[in-house]
Write a protein that binds this ligand. Structure first.
Ligand SMILES: Cc1cc2nc3c(=O)[nH]c(=O)nc-3n(C[C@H](O)[C@H](O)[C@H](O)COP(=O)(O)OP(=O)(O)OC[C@H]3O[C@@H](n4cnc5c(N)ncnc54)[C@H](O)[C@@H]3O)c2cc1C
Length: 398
């Protein structure tokens, strides 16, 4: 196992840094650096910049127009993007449905859907969860009944991130009610413009419209939008979740946010001195930095093993738990650093270009919403309790 980057990998890191410096729009960078609100257009512009450079599919094989990068190159790329305050790559198209279409889709589906995902022209959302089917995903009830050359879809999905922007949704639907739950699920690609689809916003506790309910009322979906075989959708669903968990530790994001925490703690004062010099507060920052360093080494060990094996293993669950705990600890300390100024939740003060008053320093205005929003990290992508179950069963053999 080699945890050092090779000269080629270091040269690659340099190339990535140079590209980002030249291509990341300054207004988007400012928003990410200050925890401000990102719009659909911000994500699309960044994906287009990557695509124009041939880097739109950082995790894709070359034959599909991707970069063909190794796991280490992907890691370096994501780390540098986070450090430079690039927006995250919206995962639903590039990182979720695309690998499924590449592995199990027909060549017609590959030709129809992959180019739009790569260029950022078509926005996807994920229709997995339903009321009562989150952790217990195999119990999905949204049904798809075959009628000649189409399916008739009825039911409800929930927590669907950015469905309000989406052109397409990939859905787990029940096509057989008589068999074991896992054996009666299919994977459908559904056009969000189809008659019978209703998107209803869910406003989360940070005041954001990030998630939605998506309702299906007799929605006609052509059979050619079935991925792979009917009733084999559970296999594809699990394959997708494996891809969702790569780079899940969020090391680059945590490093960037730790730097933001240190900036805030340097400006805030306690007893006339910068807060960062307070022994108790600096100890807590140091503890996070140590945990992050340990997580980074663990992540590199997992990557090193992945390079040999080529598939993500159950170790990803350790990365998910620790990575999300660290990100939540960082935002918690930021809010404590500014004290009562972190209490007001005013989304208008989080818009780029806001020139009204702030309750305290401008950097405090996004913290209440950022803190509340970060609670999601330990819930989505498989909750941290579910990740502990995976560790217990697959790593500890309990
Ligand atoms: C901000 C946000 C965005 C999301 N975006 C999407 C999206 O785009 N598409 C999508 O399909 N879904 C999305 N989700 C849904 C997400 O995947 C689910 O919330 C998650 O899988 C948990 O399911 P649940 O909410 O139904 O909770 P439940 O499964 O009901 O769990 C409730 C609690 O019980 C615990 N629990 C459940 N089962 C066990 C067990 N066996 N052992 C121990 N503890 C257990 C859980 O950890 C949790 O604490 C999103 C969620 C959030 C919060």
């Amino acid at each position: 196992m080699n945890l050092h980057f090779t000269p080629e990998e270091q040269a690659f890191r340099h190339e990535v840094k140079q590209f980002i410096a030249a291509s990341l729009p300054a207004d988007i960078q400012h928003k990410v650096n200050n925890g401000l609100i990102l719009e659909r257009d911000d994500y699309v512009r960044w994906q287009q910049a990557l695509h124009a450079h041939g880097w739109g599919g950082s995790s894709w094989a070359k034959e599909f127009g991707g970069t063909g990068w190794s796991a280490v190159q992907k890691y370096i790329f994501e780390e540098e993007c986070a450090a430079a305050c690039a927006p995250r790559i919206v995962p639903f198209g590039v990182k979720m449905v695309a690998p499924v279409i590449m592995a199990f889709g027909s060549s017609a589906q590959q030709q129809r859907f992959l180019p739009g995902i790569l260029s950022g022209e078509e926005w996807w959302c994920q229709g997995y969860s339903e009321p009562g089917s989150g952790s217990d995903l195999a119990s999905v009830k949204t049904s798809a009944r075959r009628e000649g050359d189409h399916y008739l879809v009825n039911g409800q999905k929930t927590w669907t991130t950015q469905a309000q922007y989406a052109d397409w949704i990939f859905c787990l639907v029940r096509t057989d009610h008589e068999v074991k739950p896992q054996r009666g699920i299919s994977f459908l690609l559904i056009d969000m413009k189809s008659p019978g689809i209703t998107v209803r916003p869910i406003i989360t506790m940070d005041g954001a419209h990030e998630v939605n309910e998506v309702w299906f009322d007799n929605v006609k979906v052509p059979v050619e939008n079935l991925v792979g075989e009917e009733n084999a959708g559970w296999t594809y669903a699990k394959f997708l979740l494996g891809h969702e968990r790569t780079n899940i530790a969020g090391i680059g994001i945590a490093k960037r946010e730790l730097a933001r925490l240190k900036r805030i703690a340097s400006q805030e004062k306690k007893n006339g001195k910068p807060l960062i010099q307070d022994p108790y507060f600096s100890l807590r920052i140091a503890q996070i930095q140590i945990d992050l360093g340990a997580l980074e080494i663990t992540n590199l060990r997992v990557l090193s093993a992945e390079e040999q094996r080529r598939t993500p293993g159950p170790e990803a669950s350790i990365l998910k738990i620790k990575g999300t705990e660290i990100q939540q600890a960082i935002i918690e300390l930021m809010t404590q650093a500014v004290g009562t100024y972190a209490l007001p939740l005013r989304r208008e003060a989080m818009a780029a270009g806001y020139d009204g008053e702030h309750a305290g320093p401008a950097y405090a205005s996004s913290l209440a919403a950022n803190y509340l929003n970060m609670r999601k990290l330990s819930i989505y992508g498989g909750s941290n309790e579910i990740q502990k179950n995976i560790i217990a069963q697959m790593i500890l053999g309990l």
